[in-house]
Design a protein around this ligand. Structure first.
Ligand SMILES: Cc1ncc(COP(=O)(O)O)c(C=O)c1O
Length: 441
């Protein structure tokens, strides 16, 4: 296909040229219609093709298309005012980027800088979790815990500690909740003590395991316990809500499920719903004030707080408020989850279905009782995504949750504008795709 051969790398699925999109639907140049139940890369929330956003973009570009990020604009002023109402209490200082990886980099650097200005430069390690993804740059990969994505760079990544995730289906400690003693949380304290609390700057994690794990909410005691441990040892808590933020899980942010207030919260993807690229870090006011008092400087990116991105993000959030989309996701997510479980859990390939809101994962196994994954070389995730596309459905791939043994799955993370008819379509088409793949294996 023209254009594909000029790309640096190719995707694993059939090369599609998408000509236009409307709501949750994609239309290809060869006349096919695909329901985007991945929301792209878990990005699209208010749906595609909104005239109001197209008009705003045209107006904004005509009025002001670039300023140095140290200045502000009406669009940015509106956005930060709105964001301060969205983020957990006290997180009202913002830094904007072009995407999630840059925002993770900024958050990690801020944590290191904060301890330095507080006279503790020896706090230079960041603890993170295995089976996680925080982005594609070297520091983001260093805190990331996807073995496959780290593999080619392992020799240059920063040697920071990783701990096991709260993942009951494949518990790293082989325990069963609630009979366990929450090893997934206490391991954080053990690791802090092992390395010496005075050497640890921050702990970073996704509030629910995302694309390396397949939409896994933790048990409800996990985050309160983690927050308490971080506080006790003076370690900054950074939550990466690039995937889970802005309504995706049925709350504005996933941390709202447990009423946790982190020190830093990272966002991206749903912030602009895919209309333009943007990421952000929200930081507790007090931490920024400490750095300002010390005269510390934090370098911007050229496209930080780009006026168009600010205007679009503000409007996307306004639409979500006006149309009560977060509440809608909470309500319809229950139906989506129930139908997935009803119609797919009996399928011979389906090991586990978990999630909340419009953030669901279906883990695929070869042996349901033993929870054995398929050998990675069979590329079962790619086969399922490919088969679903043939049935007019896109689901987001997720893999690696079984560690060295591989692990396959798909995520159902649709735009927030689907209704009961689209839910029927998603579940029916996914079931047909699983049948097709099973028959061919
Ligand atoms: C939790 C999380 N953090 C960070 C990133 C990186 O964001 P981006 O791809 O916009 O750089 C992703 C991307 O999938 C993500 O899921």
């Amino acid at each position: 296909m023209a254009g594909q051969s000029s790309m640096f790398l190719h995707g694993p699925y059939e090369p599609l040229c998408i000509e236009r999109a409307e709501g949750p639907w994609l239309f290809t140049s060869d006349g096919r219609r695909i329901l985007d139940a991945g929301g792209g890369a878990v990005v699209v929330n208010v749906g595609q093709g909104r005239e109001e956003l197209a008009q705003l973009a045209a107006d904004q570009v005509a009025r002001l298309n670039y300023i140095v990020p140290v200045w502000t604009s009406a669009a940015r002023n509106r956005l930060v005012e709105r964001l301060a109402r969205w983020t957990p209490p006290g997180l009202n200082r913002f830094f904007f980027t072009s995407g999630g990886s840059e925002a993770v980099e900024a958050a990690l650097k801020f944590a290191l800088m904060y301890h330095k200005v507080k006279g503790q430069p020896q706090r230079h390690k960041i603890i993170s979790r295995w089976f996680s993804y925080h982005g594609n740059t070297l520091a983001a990969l260093s805190v990331g815990g996807n073995l496959g994505r780290r593999a080619d760079y392992e020799h240059v990544l920063l040697r920071w500690p990783h701990i096991g995730p709260p993942f009951c289906y494949r518990c790293p400690w082989d325990r069963t909740y609630p009979g366990c003693s929450l090893d997934c949380a206490t391991t954080l304290e053990d690791t802090i003590i092992q390395h010496g609390p005075e050497s640890i700057a921050a702990f970073i994690a996704e509030p629910m395991m995302g694309a390396t794990g397949g939409a896994v909410p933790p048990v409800r005691e996990y985050w309160p316990r983690i927050a308490e441990i971080c506080r006790r040892y003076g370690i900054l808590l950074i939550v990466d809500e690039v995937m889970t933020g802005f309504g995706r899980t049925g709350e504005r942010f996933a941390v709202d499920h447990w009423k946790i207030t982190p020190d830093l919260l990272i966002g991206g993807k749903g912030l602009t719903g895919g209309y333009v690229p943007m990421g952000m870090v929200a930081v507790a006011e007090g931490l920024v004030q400490e750095c300002e008092k010390a005269g510390a400087d934090f370098m911007f990116y050229t496209y930080s707080a780009h006026p168009l991105a600010c205007a679009m993000a503000d409007k996307v959030l306004e639409i979500m408020e006006r149309e009560h989309l977060v509440e809608y996701v909470a309500q319809m997510g229950t139906q989506l989850g129930a139908q997935l479980k009803e119609q797919l859990s009996g399928h011979p390939m389906v090991g586990d279905i978990r999630g909340t809101g419009f953030f669901w994962g279906v883990e695929i196994v070869r042996d349901k009782a033993a929870r054995t994954p398929y050998p990675p070389q069979l590329r079962v995730t790619n086969r399922i995504v490919g088969a679903a596309l043939k049935n007019g459905l896109f689901v987001y791939p997720t893999s690696g949750m079984a560690g060295a043994a591989g692990g396959d799955g798909v995520m159902i993370t649709p735009p927030f504008v689907i209704g009961p008819a689209e839910i029927d379509y998603i579940v029916g088409s996914l079931r047909a795709a699983l049948d097709d793949v099973l028959a061919a294996l």
